[in-house]
Design a protein around this ligand. Structure first.
Ligand code: ADP
Ligand code: MG
Length: 183
């Protein structure tokens, strides 16, 4: 039987090491196989870490739209392999990580499995996912609601700013571009 390509949205985050280098390498690695095609890439945003230990470095976040022949669990395994290639450790939940790759949506698939929950259970309230997604695809919806609207409603929207592409030397580049949520 011929398998069809399924569209999926992936969210990438990095808050350790050379974050821009990690994100660009991860995008290349995620699509570096014939079963995965890149459809679209969001701008990179800079986000204060939410939850987890205090005083961790800011995250850089972005989302991708791909189309893939991989099944949802094969895609999850592939995402974990790309994380592992960047020496991600899971010592502290929500702690700093060189790379986090989450599957936000996989086609229209709904899953409540802990190993792979679809759509991603926290995506609808995370501006660091919703905002770059809305910039990439303003028409996108999640659970029937516009991602533009969900981003504006997200509590962490004030902590998400545009990233200008220059790694800060201990500073917080991009913070001056913080975007305010819609009234
Ligand atoms: P988080 O992304 O929430 O910070 P982790 O990356 O450490 O946390 O993921 C913890 C577990 O979440 C993974 O082992 C994975 O199996 C599971 N998981 C459940 N749903 C998803 C999803 N949609 N995308 C990625 N991982 C998921
Ligand atoms: Mg993850």
């Amino acid at each position: 039987m011929t398998r069809l390509f399924t569209r999926a949205v992936l969210a990438l985050g990095s808050n350790l090491g050379d974050r821009t280098e990690t994100l660009s390498a991860a995008v290349a690695e995620l699509v570096d196989r014939p079963e995965v095609r890149l459809r679209d890439v969001s701008p990179v945003v800079q986000t204060e870490a939410v939850g987890g230990p205090a005083d961790q470095p800011d995250f850089l976040n972005m989302v991708l739209e791909i189309e893939t022949l991989l099944g949802p669990y094969e895609l999850l395994e592939h995402c974990h392999a790309v994380e592992a290639a960047h020496h991600r450790t899971r010592a502290v939940r929500w702690g700093p990580r060189t790379l986090d790759v989450d599957i936000i949506t996989y086609g229209e698939v709904l899953s409540s499995d802990d190993r792979l929950t679809l759509p991603h259970p926290r995506a609808a309230e995370r501006a660091f996912v919703l905002y770059p997604w809305s910039l990439m695809d303003p028409q996108a919806t999640l659970g029937g609601v516009s991602v533009v609207e969900l981003a504006a409603r997200a509590a962490d929207m004030p902590s998400v700013g545009h990233f200008e592409g220059i790694e800060p030397c201990g500073g917080k580049a991009g913070r001056e571009h913080t975007v305010q949520p819609a009234p």
